[in-house]
Design a protein around this ligand. Sequence first.
Ligand code: ATP
Ligand code: PRP
Length: 217
Amino acid sequence: MDTALTFAIPKGRILDEALPVMARAGIVPEDAFHDKANRSLTFGTTRPDMNLIRVRAFDVATFVAHGAAQAGIVGSDVIEEFDYSDLYAPVDLDIGHCRLSLASPAGGSVPVVGNTHARVATKYPNLTRRHFEKLGVQAECVKLNGAMEIAPSLGLAGQIVDLVSSGQTLKDNGLVETDRIIDISARLIVNRAALKTDRRVAELVEAFRGAIAEGAA
Ligand SMILES: Nc1ncnc2c1ncn2[C@@H]1O[C@H](COP(=O)(O)OP(=O)(O)OP(=O)(O)O)[C@@H](O)[C@H]1O
Ligand SMILES: O=P(O)(O)OC[C@H]1O[C@H](OP(=O)(O)OP(=O)(O)O)[C@H](O)[C@@H]1O
């Protein structure tokens, strides 16, 4: 029998939306996966040849890019931030919709066009620098892993780049969206080498394509 495939999924908010899509693609976690008291990070599935690992969103891309997992689900924000050449994202799962935006304090002075430098708090330094480069501005990024929204009021940075969905978090923290950088949704990702060498990975891609078509029908 072939060695087991490892499928990586993020612990965070995409998970609830991802499980029905995965089920339509034939991946159903074992019962222990839903037991909150279970501290295991690896779970079996109803497929004897597939295990799930539940890791942080950014780490899903790292596991798959290095071939430690052959496939997974992650937001396109993470894919674009890392830009790993070994990752292929063949299926848009039409879940986890949000956007990456620039925001600054409401009522504050709008960053002046012609400025050559900006200090920005973000979890996405690469996407932030790329965005500002297009505007001819050098971005100095302060890397945070969450709660970016409090950085401007504490003087850590003048602006933030963060995920926005309803806009409520920005509003509740006195910020306004000043630019929309990218639209985001969750994707199926696969390791390119595994796709070439293991037919089960190609079959998985087709199963997810079918699951999306079925969900849209
Ligand atoms: N407000 C949102 N609405 C919709 N999708 C979102 C939203 N925030 C994040 N996402 C998507 O969910 C993914 C995981 O986000 P989530 O906030 O669960 O991770 P996190 O808990 O911040 O990350 P980590 O796992 O590193 O702690 C993001 O990469 C993005 O694609
Ligand atoms: O526009 P909204 O609907 O308010 O959503 C935006 C918020 O959602 C995400 O955070 P999350 O709730 O995942 O918490 P986190 O700070 O732990 O990432 C994101 O980082 C924003 O803070």
